[in-house]
Ligand binder design. Sequence first.
Ligand code: MV4
Length: 665
Amino acid sequence: MIRKLLIANRGEIACRIIKTARRLGVATVAVYSDADADALHVQMADEAVRLGPPPAKASYLDMEKVIDAARQTGADAIHPGYGFLSENAEFCRACDRAGIVFVGPPAGAIEAMGSKSAAKRIMEEAGVPLVPGYHGTNQDVHILEGHANRIGYPVLLKAAAGGGGKGMRRVDSAEEFQDALAAAKREAMNAFGDDQMLLERYVVSPRHVEIQVFCDQQGKGVYLFERDCSVQRRHQKVVEEAPAPGLSEELRARMGEAALRAAHAIGYTGAGTVEFLLDASGAFYFMEMNTRLQVEHPVTEMITGQDLVAWQLAVAAGEPLPLGQDDLHILGHAFEVRIYAEDPDNDFLPATGTLVRHRPPKESESVRVDTGVQSGDEISVHYDPMIAKLICHGRSRKEALAKLDRALQEYQIAGVRHNIEFLRRVINHRAFASGRVSTHFIGDYEADILQQEQQLTPLKCAAIAGYLHMRETRDLRASAPAADPHSPWHSGDDWRPGIDARRVHSIDYRGHRAEIASVAGAGGVHWQCDALQSDCKSGEIRILPERELALVDGRRVSFSWVDTACGGAIFIDGIQVEFELLPPDIGESGDQAHGLEAPMNGTIIALLVAPGAQVEKDQPLLVMEAMKMEHTLRAPTAGKVQQFLCAEGELVDGGSLLIDFAEEE
Ligand code: MV4
């Protein structure tokens, strides 16, 4: 029995683990960096120990500090969550040495999955299907080319030390082989310090289907069915679902059994995930095994009714698996989407800033929100910019999808850019709704999915006019001296400021400037905006603030708002309108230094223009890599790159200025 659990992680996963521990009567210890001193996971835990300054290397990745924190607090087990130390065999061994239970597999199982080619040899022996290919140690060019010809083109070159799509290269013909191999080896050497390659037949338009497995210390194992995580963007998962659409019972059982053979082959215990590629013919191939609890585990919990963290704690304490294979059944369908602080309009650049509002939809049996942040928190450059995971369950795929879309409409986030609209376009796309998911989904439908609704609409104008009136009313009320008996605020009648006074506000909505005129009257606020593209350039909005409702031309809609640094964010009828208020005299919105700072800690990959260059708005200026992703910084306006304040290959801190940029006059 585990009595006190230290959670060596932060954010939503730390909070999620604490919830289960609390439910089971297990005491909890949080750890935190200085950036997280007031974070939700620290507030939720029974105790908390400071690790160090914000960079992960000095805090969440510092093994010694984490183990010391467990010793100090008398924790008898450590749950590593995902990321950070979760797949670090050395940390697992350090826990063993300290007499602390590591909630995860034995170190040997983590190591066995560390090298792709070694993992493949183990899987081959265990009878787990592999993509036809070559994973031997002989790396002679001619031997490799011989194997490529045997396998048949197209082939895929993969770095043995790689993962997550890094160091992969497709080769379409024998003529290209040698050049492609040389380039792939160079990339692999740069990225991993190891240029061993393996070859595989290229699987066309595959699906990513992964099996959740669980093994106890008595040698028993079960599979908790599959998750389809095919919808990804540059190897980052966007939507996950369970079960996989269209998978037959027979195929499900075969994949489940293959996954268990994989787990048993490496002496696995605890929660693990075996990833497969599934091709259009129904053939499946082992890709890799993740030796941790995964981000997307909640969809499995939703369709099985099980708490996987509770299972992990039981197995780690030496108890047998709570259920056998025949006790496990799929109930309905579940989706998860990852809500990120990022800017889909700007190459998904991670966004930072103060989360002035974080108001998730109401949770229920079928709507779950896993998050580690609250309104007022800072989304910083130091960690993964995930705000929350939204998980919805339904009796059918269609019902789950409908609930997910409703929940996304209710979700209110302001102050930092986020991907909610992007997610809604993905899940509402006809190809997604029909279940035709593949790893090419985002790429194939990019044009439909990335196109943003940039235009002001009558509803948005009504929202802005209504908001501005509310805000003015509030500000006037706040400035009225409370003690003034003559103030009209205390007269008790229907007096409102600004009635009959026409006001014109200049606003910036997604880079477009507009003037919105309004007059507040007894029936509400009458507005007019000549910049609208539609036929309807005026209307009326009446707000019932205490009920978060508005009447827009007589139609009742939800209405809520919050001030932001330069304007406001309004949530009306399931859409978000975030705008800036402009001083009446300036033409374009001033966005000076935006985007020219490092969005997070990372490495400069390439400077794309010469110092002194005259550039257009949105022209790419610099590429950096952060969190295993490449990000392009673009010119915020037309202007001149005075100089770069960084060099290629340099490590830069998030928030530091990278480019001295002068806007065009
Ligand atoms: C492949 C493949 C096609 N054929 N292997 C990408 C991540 C890495 N874990 C394996 N990946 C792939 N391996 C063969 N032989 C296509 C991918 C792939 C992919 C796989 C899963 C999810 C998304 C993907 C996106 C692009 C490519």
